[in-house]
Write a protein that binds this ligand. Sequence first.
Ligand code: CAA
Length: 699
Amino acid sequence: MSDKIAYSRHGDIAVLTVQNPPVNALSHAVRQGLWDGMDRAEADDGVKAVLIVGEGRAFFAGADIKEFGKTPKEPHLPVLINRIEASPLLVVASMHGVSLGGGLEVALGCHYRIAVPSARVGLPEVHLGLIPGAGGTQRMPRLTGVEAALEVMTTGRQVKADEAAKMGLIDEVRDGDPKQNGIDYTQSLLDADAPRRPVSEMDTPAAIDWDGAYESILARGRGQISPAQCVRAVQAGVEHPFAEGLAAERKIFMDLMQTDQREGMIHAFFSERAVGNLPELKDVEPRALQHIGVIGGGTMGAGIATSALLSGLQVTLLEMTADAGEAARKRIAGNLSGALKRGKISQDQHDKILTNILTVVTNYDALSDVDLVIEAVFEEMSVKKTVFGELDRVCKKGAILASNTSYLDVNEIAASTSRPEDVIGLHFFSPAHVMKLLEIVVADKTAADVVATGFELGKRMSKISVRAGVCDGFIGNRILSTYRTAADHMILDGASPYEIDKALEEFGFAMGPFAVADLAGLDIGWAVRKRKRAEGIDPAARDSSYADKLCEEGHFGQKTGKGYYDYSAGAKARVPNPDVMPLIEEERAKQGITPRDFTSEEIVRRYMAAMVNESAKVVGEGIARRPLDVDMTLLFGYGFPRYRGGPLKWADIAGLPGLLADMKEYQKEDPHFWQIAPLFEELVAEGKTFDDLNKAAAA
Ligand code: CAA
């Protein structure tokens, strides 16, 4: 028997204990061990029942994702589960921690299920670009009905034990040790002469409007195919005998296994976990982190403060005046009541945070005790330097001084203090208590334990933290600025903002770039353009002023009711603002450009080429350490579709040589903009991919 499964006897019960840390993934050795364990139990004199239980953190976290893409080895999971279900012995699952994907499917192959109250179950395969592939789409609807099963498997959400019991997935919820609970429960079933109860032999559930469900789930997935495919697998199980339904499910699962979406999603899964894994921080202890200061209580500062409070940190927020402080407190209270409504905190915690844990002050001296302070004041170097001068004066020795700047030079900010080793950039994304991304900007002199503390803060706040080097815009905004420029060029040449938004939303972005600009506020881009113009624009660069004119007319996007779109009928009912196209046409005429048509395909290709090229520069220059750091930045901060894995994963899948050939064509039109990243050319010359760089970094 495999050493992943321990076999023991407890009276008439054989217990198969899974030992595959950290999360009992159903690797080949585990599957083989379960098979052999069933064989042994069935041959073991006097055994009447088998109990399957996990050791450590989970029952099973599902199929071993590391085996995906390799040739599957027997016993395959669906066959193993059928074998468990068909056993003449009574088979019971005792669940704790998570039972996900194949893990829940094993439990559904058992005849009875017990769980501890903290257990969570789910079929999250859609998050990996798949559908449940070991009977989940066939067995779960037989227990819960079709609608509940589809809701769980198309959202991939984790269901708590109590709810799962109400749905019919779990027979009993009982507190205690999972193994002992399982033994007691199995014994009670044996004592009551409970029959074997294979789910596959239960009645098929009632049909629903399959096509309607398929279409609505497909639309919700913004181009992601696997959730809608769950509908087809469930439908097959309702319309055909169990074995045929199972075969249909397997076929869809195996087909999805071959898709780019599956590859993109699995890349995202592992990159999300690898992103905080930096060799330079391996043995570095973070500094103490209990009390943080926040300077500025606008939307950003209040969001950062909220995020810190929700992660259990004490917060002192500094504003310039008592009135501004009061407004900041109200913003934070508003954010916290949202968290209360979503069940993230209790009423008691909410009240305690506002009365005891948050302090709003107007005097820098109140920050003398903080472990870390983040400034979120106006984005101008002179203002930042004044703030850092004050912080340098009042903060205790060893306190970390962080800037939330999104563009400015953190080295220059650090140099304005007497302790540059304690200075770091912590770039949050608005709303900071919601958005998952945190760029940790490491300046030349930042100490390693300050970087480690940045990552520790990100972890406590449940953020995806990405290490970035210093440059204009760091990783995310620097790349954003380039692909936005590519979009502006397409507008000058004939595309409309609406065609561009539509093409990119069809590609999978949550919002197109012009809808995003309206949401963020057009005044932000206007301020950046003014700053860059003041610094001096390269005369070879294409420029335009229609967007400035839009701002001059007072159209800043959603907050003023008009930007690229008109929001007078509400934020969702966006319609093109009729003032925009005349401004664009005027600009084209001024520059002597005859507009041409753009297909959606060309829009996506150019936009993505610009994004990938700048990303390659960012990696080549060491601003991002690995391609996956760029991918996670775009995924968690910029609405890049998860199922495409990130821009550099997308580029690998699309094929680097073809993209390079495109860029060389674009370069002929505009050599200034299309300066190809040396790293990109090197990878193509060596026949390598961006993922090869990720692998080399992990080795
Ligand atoms: N296979 C292989 N490794 C896995 C894994 C899996 N299913 N699930 C987690 N891991 C690994 C992680 O990569 C991580 O490894 P490192 O420590 O080397 O980075 C380690 O286990 C711990 O994971 P987390 O850091 O994510 O720990 P957590 O406590 O935050 O979360 C979890 C645990 C809820 C199980 C989470 O890891 C998770 O959601 N895992 C994926 C579950 C899943 O999608 N299962 C379905 C698989 S597909 C399937 O089963 C198909 C089928 O029907 C046949």
